[in-house]
Design a protein around this ligand. Structure first.
Ligand code: BGC
Length: 763
């Protein structure tokens, strides 16, 4: 070996030593760093439940990469992570790992199945999010539990919102919220896309039954009560739940009447009639909000800075999470033509103010957000704003501490006491609108009853849509213990003979029609179900309110028999029945009363329940003319049944309306104290819905002929009286202008309750 080779060898040896040392050093440094990171994380501020939420948010945010942040802003549908791509709850582990580890998705929604399968499904997702990611941020799962935990087999199906509104009893909205909360929380359904706060003033709009009707105050009080009870339900501990105010704003009154078609509503009208339910929910502390899918006054709401940023965030001060409706960023392009492509639409909706994209089936949102950030069009600050809100929600709900569903209390799902709540709500929601010669409740001499029509022996039609499936599950997936109307009538009136007509009797030329007429020959009364089969959203678009021809012909044939005819209206919105009513004996609006519908209706027919529902909407008499009860003076209000219609088997008398003053001073204002006596002047205990209306007689902006300022449901024993009290504030006497300033004008006002009227002046 010459000197040069020896030197070379020494050099190589030295180099190898140094290199190995270095790589060892690096490795051990990395190991150390990892260890530090792990210990760091277990002691990280964001993991400490004892620290203030803001501190935890700040800490977690500071540890997140841009990709992780954007993932938190994205929500995907269950169907994108199941084995067969449907809503059935078989988790595809590979897919969920991909979405959570590569795209850092922070939220999922929807699905359907048994309670235990829900527990397994959400646990599976949560495990990946918590144990297989760097920061272990739990996902938040969203559901449309809009009338009970309605995507869980055998859960308690409550009446739809329109029915709840018919009760005019806010306690029942609170009960419904509680049942929904208890039957949702343990399954991991932490985020509920309810309540619907759209004001249902357009009867043809196919989502009317999801609303609390046409009156802003009823929507506001029902919605706020639901929100408060749902988000503060101690029975669901250790979980906490988030409600979602939807759909902001102007969704419910599209010009064409069809779902997700343009609305043109002046700002002043929006502020006076459409915003109050949202404002009330904000006051009740609602944590999230969903955006209107449609376009309002020429702007797709998802891309409107004016609506989401100026009105919602700045003026109304909403600080919670704003979620888009399903796939709606892309719909700015495909449905509205409000952006050239999805990337531009993403920018628009981020600039407008959305926090979470309910992207549902793809991760384009993540991709475009990254690109837009790289191009400097969306700042880190803007992303941090949204992510902070989302993390705040997750911390506030205790998701970091209690991320997993639990299976030890599943017996609460469909529990007996929940059925009792559903029954009470269903009973109080039935609105008796006609009862000629007191045919109802059925007297002993009515011995034989023929039950007919599309809902006579069907559970699906009573529960309506959003029941186990979007459009309402088929009969064989409806609750096993639920009674159909036929079952319920037999059970309720064992001494009477109840016959069931073949459901084909609706079809005029079907032999079943002849059999129906034959059956009718020797019955005392015919109970006929008419109305609509379940539908959701655009699936319920119709061109006019005409009732199905077959149903009309069945009713006409029933009338021809000369028997007593009782019509039960089952369905989501009022259809035209004006021509049918004169020759029928009784008419009840039943809506979609849920799992206890059969029993509730049967008890009203038998008299065990004294009906106390009132219409929370105006029932049109014509297809082409409808206005709400708070129409302007120059319009004509000629509904078939006006807002608040309905009566029971007892009767009530209003008297002695008195005011504490008849001249009020705006400068030195003292609330006006009002009193009125209410007497149950019948021989039967019952409940009355007291509706207080105020009329501002003259206004710079023309005033509605009257507006509900207060309502309450009062139960009174036979022959008893009570005193109703009301206090009128300055707020009640004023109205918002188009900018939202309250306008208070001197002049005369009239207060009305029942038959009573009183006039006073503001100076
Ligand atoms: C509806 C929303 C619902 C969402 C998620 C949309 O089609 O408009 O009300 O929350 O789907 O299911």
């Amino acid at each position: 070996m010459n000197f040069q080779t020896a030197l070379q060898k020494v050099f190589i040896w030295f180099f190898l030593c140094v290199a190995t040392q270095a790589s060892f050093g690096q490795k051990s440094k990395a190991v150390k760093k990892q260890k530090i990171l792990a210990t760091d994380l277990s002691k990280a501020i964001y993991k400490d439940a004892g620290l203030p939420v803001n501190q935890r948010v700040k800490d977690l945010l500071s540890r997140m990469t841009l990709e992780e942040k954007i993932g938190q802003m994205t929500q995907l549908c269950a169907s994108s992570i199941t084995l067969d791509g449907t809503k059935n709850l078989d988790l595809n582990l590979e897919k969920i790992r991909g979405y959570i580890k590569n795209n850092h998705i922070g939220s999922f929604l929807s699905g359907t199945g048994k309670a235990q399968r829900w527990v397994d499904f959400v646990t599976g997702i949560q495990k990946v999010a918590i144990t297989e990611t760097r920061l272990g941020i739990p996902i938040i799962f969203g559901m449309d539990n809009v009338h009970g935990s309605d995507y869980t087999d055998e859960a308690t199906i409550l009446p739809h919102n329109l029915n709840l509104a018919c009760t005019f009893n806010t306690t029942l909205a609170a009960d419904a919220a509680k049942v929904t909360a208890i039957e949702s929380a343990d399954l991991g359904h932490i985020w509920n896309f309810a309540p619907v706060l759209d004001v249902g003033k357009n009867p043809i709009w196919p989502r009317l039954y999801e609303t609390f009707g046409e009156d802003p105050l009823v929507c506001a009080r029902m919605g706020a009560t639901f929100t408060q009870a749902f988000q503060n339900c101690p029975e669901v501990a250790p979980y906490q739940l988030a409600a979602c105010a939807k759909h902001f704003i102007g969704y419910s009154d599209p010009k064409s009447g069809w779902d997700r078609t343009p609305s043109e509503i002046p700002d002043q009208i929006l502020r006076e009639f459409f915003m109050p339910p949202f404002e009330a929910a904000f006051k009740a502390g609602i944590k999230t909000l969903m955006v209107n899918s449609g376009e309002l006054n020429g702007e797709p709401v998802h891309g409107s800075k004016k609506i989401l940023n100026q009105w919602l965030r700045k003026e109304m001060g909403f600080e919670g999470v704003i979620v888009t409706d399903i796939k709606d960023i892309n719909k700015i392009v495909t449905m509205h033509g409000g952006a050239a492509d999805e990337k531009e639409a993403t920018l628009k909706s981020i600039e407008a103010g959305i926090d979470v994209s309910m992207a549902c089936s793809d991760v384009n949102f993540c991709r475009y957000m990254l690109e837009l950030h790289k191009e400097g069009k969306i700042s880190t600050k803007r992303i941090d704003e949204s992510v902070s809100r989302i993390l705040k929600l997750k911390f506030e709900l205790g998701l970091f501490e209690n991320p997993y569903p639990r299976a030890d209390r599943l017996n609460k799902i469909g529990a007996k006491e929940h059925y009792t709540s559903a029954l009470k709500a269903a009973e109080e929601s039935l609105v008796l609108l006609k009862n000629e010669d007191g045919i109802l409740p059925f007297k002993p001499e009515v011995q034989k009853i023929l039950l007919a029509g599309f809902a006579a022996n069907s559970k699906r039609n009573l529960n309506g849509a959003w029941t186990f499936e979007w459009l309402g599950a088929p009969e064989n997936r409806q609750p096993s213990g639920m009674l159909t109307l036929f079952d319920a009538l037999k059970l309720e009136m064992p001494n009477k003979e109840i016959l069931l007509a073949d459901s084909n009797a609706e079809t005029p030329n079907h032999p079943a029609r002849k059999s129906f007429l034959k059956q009718a020959e020797d019955v005392d009364a015919i109970v006929l179900t008419i109305g609509e089969t379940p539908y959701s959203e655009f699936k319920g678009n119709i061109n006019d309110l005409k009732l199905n021809d077959n149903q009309i012909s069945l009713v006409k044939d029933a009338i021809q028999t000369g028997r007593h005819v009782v019509l039960l209206y089952i369905g989501g919105r009022p259809r035209l029945v004006k021509d049918l009513l004169p020759k029928t004996d009784a008419f009840i609006f039943c809506g979609h009363p849920g799992v206890a519908a059969g029993e509730a209706i049967a008890k009203v027919l038998s008299g065990k329940v004294n009906p106390s529902g009132r219409l929370p909407f105006s029932w049109p008499s014509e297809s082409s003319h409808w206005v709400p009860y708070y129409h302007k003076k120059s319009d004509k209000y000629q509904p078939l049944f006006s807002f608040g219609s309905g009566f029971g088997y007892s009767s009530f008398l209003y008297s002695n309306l008195t005011l504490s003053d008849t001249v009020l001073s705006a400068k030195d204002f003292k609330p006006l104290k009002v009193q009125c006596s209410l007497e149950n002047n019948s021989h039967l205990s019952g409940a009355e819905v007291a509706l207080w209306y105020l009329t501002d007689e003259v206004g710079t902006i023309t005033r509605p002929v009257k507006k509900l300022v207060h309502f309450e449901k009062v139960s009174l024993n036979a022959g008893k009286s009570t005193s109703l009290n009301l206090s009128i504030s300055l707020e009640d006497l004023s109205y918002p202008d188009e900018k939202g300033n309250r306008v208070l004008e001197p002049g005369f006002y009239t207060l009305t309750i029942g038959s009573q009227k009183a006039r006073f002046r503001l100076k």
